[in-house]
Design a binder for this molecule. Sequence first.
Ligand SMILES: [Fe+2]
Length: 482
Amino acid sequence: MGTSSGEESGVTAAAEGVEAWHGLYDALAEEHDYEIGEIDGRLPDGLVGTLYRNGPGCWQVGETLLDHIFDGDGMVSLFSFPGDGRIHYRNRYVRTRHYRYGQRKGRAGLRGLGTQRPGGVLGNMLRPPANVANTGVVLHGGQLLALWEGGRPYRLDPDSLETLGEHSFDGRLKLMSAFSAHPSRCPETGELFNFGMDFTRLRSLRCYRVDPRGKLQHMPRISLPYSPWNHDFALTRRYLVFVINPVIPKAGPILLGTGSIADALTYEPDRPTCFAIVPRDGGKARVIEHKALLGFHFVNAFEDGDDVVVEFVRFADWDQVATRFRDFRTSDFPWGDALMRYRVSSSGRIEEQEVCGGPMELPHADVRQAGRPHRYTYFAGRTPTSTGIHAYDHVTGRRTTHELPPGHGFGEPVFVPRTPDADEGDGWLLTLAYDPDEHRSRLLVLGAQDVEAEPLAVAHLRHHIPMGFHGSFTTRIATPPR
Ligand SMILES: [Fe+2]
């Protein structure tokens, strides 16, 4: 790509005030395609399929540094496990308009979420943020989609990762529609559910149902007391469950271009958090108001009798989150303060339970448990001495940790079952770790029932993978291009 690497641009882990793991925010300039030659240990026999991951791969365009962690161009990686002990790695940037403009001009020209376009107020007035397709990735109905919460997905070839174009689901997702980066698949029906923030109608969310073959249907809109920014939701057998924070985009500076969109997101704790219980069958949503709280990433939800239970990572301080997203090159990661469960009764009563304390983020559960009670929650977490991957057992209350060496960078854990019908927890966690001494990343394969043990296998990449967001595993094996 046309941008320079972090080392060339001087944005390195050696800069003043930057800890070694911040090398994760150096750009990965190259697009790679190779069989990983250095694998310690042995890959489990049943680990067959493909891990896809997405995240910003580059936070600069030419010499221009981008001002927000969400503004980097989306770079999708795949790790293909054919089942013979080998791993093939490939990464490709999503050919979005933002990416192509930067390649062509060698400078930033589009407005981002936290990065203003050149030209001051007039240059940003009435400009929506560019879709950088950098947040999530899912294979559904044969389509590999790179997801970003403010716009339509980009469709990629699931083998070559070539960008095939913006995906409208046969025209059902109109221009300016949003298809969030956190869809949830029902393990019983194979349907994929998702939502999008509605930029054409205030105080509402759109919800979608995508059948197993990839056909999208609109569900009824959810009416809300305010127009929120919302990131995630969870699915039960009968409902979509939202916990909507009173983080509200201020329309004035966004539309007038007087400030960045990220800076216009304002936490208003005098307003309620809205628990929205949305029937999957299209019935009327229940919206229950609760005191303000902050949660961005959900683990799961399920029904317990007439109650709905939802689990997510709660945050204590919006200003800290916003500051760390903006000052990502020098700040600590924006950790959540606790894993929480909220029980919503049919009468609208809400009970809260702290499951375990943080700092933590990027939670994950076995996706086969989506919508039903899950026993294990996995997440990245911090201890006083290091970061690592944690597993929490809801039955025993035991928390186990795979600690990374001090100063090393971490990533989201993704659970892979040993077989399609293996018990919950019987499988592996795939996660990326970053070694600042070598400025390289490793793929760790951890035994999910013994995360404290040495990894079953460690695959050493030839380079680092910049700090990413979300990934997913599929049993389909991506094949190298001919
Ligand atoms: Fe997310």
